[in-house]
Structures are given as C-alpha cells and as structure tokens.
Design a protein around this ligand. Structure first.
Ligand SMILES: *[C@@H]1O[C@H](CO)[C@@H](O)[C@H](O)[C@H]1NC(C)=O
Ligand SMILES: *[C@@H]1O[C@H](CO)[C@@H](O)[C@H](O)[C@H]1NC(C)=O
Length: 128
C-alpha cells in the first residue's frame, strides 16, 4: 500500500515536471537545420523551414554561418520584400548568431552578401 502511494506520488511529480518543462522551455531553432544560414537550394527553402515550426516569445533563432560568408540583417517588411537596406534594425556578422525572439510579432532577416537575398536567403518568422 505504502509502495503504491510512493509510486503514484512519483508519477504525479513526473507529470508535474513534464508540464512545467513544456510550459517554460524556450526552443532554439537552428535556421535551415543542416543547411544552416547559406544559399538555399531553392527560393522558398526558408519559408518551408518555418512552416512546421511554432515560434514563441523567449525562443532563439540560431543562424549558423562563418564570419565573412554571410550576414544576418534584421529589417522591416518593406526591406525584406525588396532586398534593400533602408532601415536596418540590427546587423549580425560575427558568425553563428543567436537572436532571441523577445516579443510577439513579425521578424524579418536576410543576408546582405551579394545577391543572396534575391536567391532566397531570407527569413520571415511570426512569433505568437
Ligand atoms: C511538415 O510535417 C509534415 C508531417 O510531419 C510533413 O509531411 C511535411 O512534409 C512537413 N513539411 C515541411 C515543409 O517540412
Ligand atoms: C558555428 O557552429 C558550427 C556548428 O556548431 C561550428 O562547426 C563552427 O565552427 C561554428 N563557427 C563559428 C564561427 O563559431
């Protein structure tokens, strides 16, 4: 009897931990998975990468690239749409950049090297 009590307490504690972890854990999203942050195999690659993912406040985007090979320029929608840099929010260039999604809304990024943005090295993330 006492053992059964112990077991159920243990199980409840475990369930509690799982709920706690799933509510509080922030996810690190590796942009482009194995490809990383580089020239995509086709134009909509990074759009497709976002499709099966949910981005929440507190999550991190990790852009994997080597310095000098890519940049991560955070911009507003207009620059994102046209691959222009009129109003830059932030430029990351030191390699393997982490960006914390600290509030809900839309985040726009692209690579400012050459014509990479035009080839589809751009990312739009919607944070709930
Ligand atoms: C999204 O997930 C579904 C089910 O796991 C899969 O069939 C589909 O190919 C995935 N889409 C992308 C773009 O990865
Ligand atoms: C970036 O991360 C990759 C994979 O973790 C690693 O192989 C590479 O050395 C890192 N590059 C830099 C510049 O930190």
């Amino acid at each position: 009897m006492a053992e059964k009590m112990h077991l159920s307490i243990l199980i409840f504690t475990m369930i509690g931990c799982i709920v706690f972890v799933s509510v509080n854990s922030a996810t690190t999203h590796i942009v482009g998975d194995n490809l990383g942050w580089s020239t995509p195999p086709y134009h909509g690659f990074f759009d497709d990468w976002t499709k099966n993912r949910t981005f929440s406040v507190g999550d991190t985007l990790l852009f994997n690239y080597n310095p000098g090979m890519s940049t991560v320029v955070q911009v507003y929608k207009d620059d994102y749409d046209h691959c222009t840099i009129k109003d830059t929010i932030y430029t990351y260039f030191r390699g393997n950049s982490s960006v914390t999604l600290d509030k809900p809304g839309d985040y726009y990024f692209f690579c400012s090297v050459g014509k990479r943005c035009e080839t589809g090295q751009k990312l739009w993330v919607k944070v709930q």
